[in-house]
Design a protein around this ligand. Structure first.
Ligand SMILES: *Cc1c(COP(=O)(O)O)cnc(C)c1O
Length: 705
């Protein structure tokens, strides 16, 4: 183990606070300290500081140019942690409360695989922005010792899942200390005894507490409970959700937090409202009805999916198995208890205990994640909202998702924005006026910046392929699949997302001859980069992936299509920064919001999408492209119509604009689309705008008297 010289000892603190993820100067310090170690640890500064040779550290501690950067960053870091001058403290100077956020996953950085996709990355962006805005905020969730899976795709295209243990000692996740040296553990009755270990990590100014159950005091079956994100069957799921919901509340109160807002991110966390109910009834002596009223005052609930199967529900029998003690101890009847979650979808299999209805019933504010998703969700839950218990309550609202701009915008574009929007552009990122200055950027500079981002993506992809071959993957078809023949100058379409069937990853192959003509055109070719994981239990999704992969390895497409395995946040960043066009063609209205297209737009990558999720709110006519528009009840007709529309726009609008160049080889009209996209999307679909809306509409902080 290396030791840090005193002169640079605060590198340890900086490494252990995930703020470096979105502070380029902090990342630069780690990178220049030891580039190979930075690379070999997958950009993990905690691990890196453990393996750097002592001589490197000693040299850095006496290197004036390193020390200058170090001192400036450490100064900056302290002032961020200590300042009282934040948006929140200016808006709500009297507020002394706390906002707790509960989520099953947090996507903060690729080195911490405790996220699977959009929902987790949204949580991560929410937490990062809470730090930037200075919200009195705390997150709670699980740490999964085996995380989410790594994806391997063999020649046959059938996705394989590999799990690796997270080594906590090489991560910014630290044990929360109890009295003495031991790690804090918390006992739950669920209904028999179970112990949680408590961990914490700092994301800028915001702490996140994480729990897991892998400790000796627990039965083997309980130890594995938190092993993997979304592993196991229904019973495993209810047990995880009980542990998360009840555990989160116990951890917060044990650590002295007494939030006045609990934001439940999706139904997986709804059981926490039952712990609040228990506290009100047993702690404060309220009746069942009074307690429900009081719980509602504190809870905010977000729903993320218009897909019925995406809402967790459990049979009454399973719920009774775990909750009989609970309702008996509160002195309420089984019927009263079940009424909190009971919901019947009307598919003929009767009512179930639904985690979304539980969250809706026990919250004062509920929201969907885009305007369209709000309308769809209102329709979906209309029986619930029209029931007598909802008579005096507000309808389901929406807060459209946004992305954490400093996490997702590429280095070259950060520099460009600083040059043309001013050095405070990040601080003013949600101000539409500053984005008008995008028009002042000379097209040649805009285009050079795009080329730089694209070059970085291709070198990332090439190095990934090289690493594969070095590790023994010498099948040349797999090298082809990984993008070895991609052309750094060709119009590049990105399609990277979870492989759920409704996302229709294969739509672009609806008419093979027609897409081939686009791909293989000798003068104005198109190429497509695919990436994404299917949920480990979703065989239909794996089939979609396999069919695409088989095309990719077939060689028939001249290497103009690629499938990059193991999509994660790092690859996501390179793709949303380096492609030209971001394709999204889900079955409408299944996409609740979608966020990758927002990440693309802020990097000058143009959206080409069905009018679903967030895109209807963003599309202005000149800032990207719309696929389809007409709706059919027949699935095949819909696919045919949407695919025809996709080809037509690609052939008559996107390709001509991208390849029409001036004498300096700049696509002037394409640059106009890029500019329109950046300036309309960035301020509106930033996590900053989103969080301010949550504060104003949902958290509504009141002055404490
Ligand atoms: C942004 C992101 C997602 C979510 O993208 P959608 O457009 O919502 O599907 C999923 N995975 C990763 C790695 C991402 O970066």
């Amino acid at each position: 183990m290396s030791r840090l010289p005193d002169r640079i000892k605060e590198l340890q603190d900086l490494a252990e606070n995930l703020i470096w993820v979105w502070k380029p100067k902090a990342r630069e310090i780690f990178k220049i300290l030891d580039h190979p170690a930075w690379h070999s640890t997958g950009h993990n500064p905690v691990h890196m500081l453990q393996i750097i040779p002592q001589e490197r550290l000693d040299a850095a501690a006496t290197d004036p140019s390193f020390l200058k950067k170090y001192d400036s960053m450490i100064h900056n870091y302290h002032s961020i942690l200590e300042t009282q001058d934040t948006w929140f403290s200016k808006e709500f100077p009297e507020y002394k409360g706390k906002i707790a956020y509960l989520s099953t996953e947090y996507g903060l950085h690729q080195s911490l695989p405790i996220y699977s996709g959009g929902l987790g990355i949204l949580s991560g962006d929410h937490v990062k922005e809470s730090s930037d805005l200075g919200l009195p905020f705390v997150g709670v969730g699980f740490v999964y010792p085996q995380g989410y899976f790594k994806q391997r795709i063999p020649r046959n295209g059938w996705q394989q899942a590999e799990y690796e243990n997270i080594d906590f000692s090489k991560s910014p996740i630290k044990p929360v200390q109890a009295n003495g040296d031991s790690q804090l553990t918390i006992e739950l009755q669920y209904p028999t005894s179970l112990f949680l270990r408590v961990w914490s990590m700092n994301v800028g100014r915001t702490p996140i507490y994480l729990m897991d159950t892998d400790i000796e005091q627990n039965q083997p079956w309980d130890r594995g409970l938190s092993a993997r994100l979304y592993g196991g069957d229904r019973e495993m799921r209810i047990r995880q959700e009980i542990v998360l919901g009840f555990g989160a509340l116990k951890i917060l109160s044990h650590l002295g937090h007494n939030p006045d807002v609990y934001h439940l991110n999706e139904g997986h966390t709804s059981f926490s409202a039952l712990e609040l109910l228990r506290q009100e009834m047993l702690g404060n002596g309220l009746s069942f009805d009074e307690a429900k009223e009081d719980v509602r005052k504190k809870v905010v609930f977000t729903t993320h999916t218009p897909v019925a199967a995406g809402h967790d529900q459990f049979s009454f029998e399973l719920v009774s198995k775990y909750f009989q003690n609970f309702w008996e101890s509160l002195g309420i009847s089984r019927e009263d208890f079940l009424s909190l979650g009971a919901f019947d979808w009307g598919y003929g299999d009767g009512p179930r205990f639904n985690m979304t209805t539980l969250g809706i019933r026990l919250s004062r504010y509920q929201n969907a994640v885009s305007k369209l998703n709000g309308e769809v969700s209102q329709e979906m839950w209309k029986d619930l909202y029209s029931s007598p218990e909802f008579r005096d309550r507000s309808p389901l609202a929406y807060v459209t998702n946004g992305v954490h701009v400093p996490t997702w915008v590429s280095g070259p574009f950060q520099n460009l924005y600083t040059k043309y929007l001013g050095k405070n552009w990040l601080r003013q990122q949600d101000d539409h006026d500053i984005w008008e200055k995008i028009d002042n950027i000379p097209n040649v500079e805009l285009w050079n910046t795009r080329q730089e981002a694209r070059k970085r993506m291709f070198s990332f992809l090439r190095e990934k392929t090289r690493a594969h071959r070095i590790q023994g993957d010498r099948d040349s078809r797999l090298t082809l699949a990984a993008g070895a023949l991609l052309d750094p100058e060709a119009l590049t379409i990105g399609f990277a997302r979870r492989f759920a069937t409704y996302k229709r990853a294969g739509l672009i192959f609806q008419n093979i001859e027609r897409i081939k003509a686009n791909l293989l055109d000798p003068y104005t070719p198109v190429q497509i980069i695919f990436a994404g994981k299917a949920h480990p239990q979703d065989d239909a999704g794996k089939h979609v992936l396999q069919k695409i992969f088989q095309k990719v390895v077939s060689g028939e497409y001249g290497g103009r299509i690629a499938f990059i395995e193991d999509y994660d946040m790092q690859m996501g960043r390179y793709l949303v920064q380096g492609c030209d066009v971001w394709l999204n063609n889900p079955e409408k209205p299944m996409e609740a919001s979608g966020t990758s297209g927002m990440k693309a737009a802020i990097n000058g990558v143009v959206n080409f999408s069905i009018l679903d999720g967030w895109w209807p709110e963003a599309y202005t006519g000149g800032n990207g492209y719309v696929i389809g528009g007409q709706e059919f009840s027949n699935y095949d007709e819909q696919n045919q119509y949407d695919a025809d529309s996709l080809y037509k726009i690609l052939e008559t609008e996107i390709r001509p604009l991208f390849y029409r160049r001036n004498r300096e080889n700049i696509p002037l009209e394409w640059c106009e689309v890029i500019k329109n996209s950046i300036k309309t999307v960035t301020p509106q679909f930033s996590a900053r705008r989103m969080l301010k809306e949550y504060v104003q509409n949902a958290y509504s902080p009141k002055k404490k008297d």
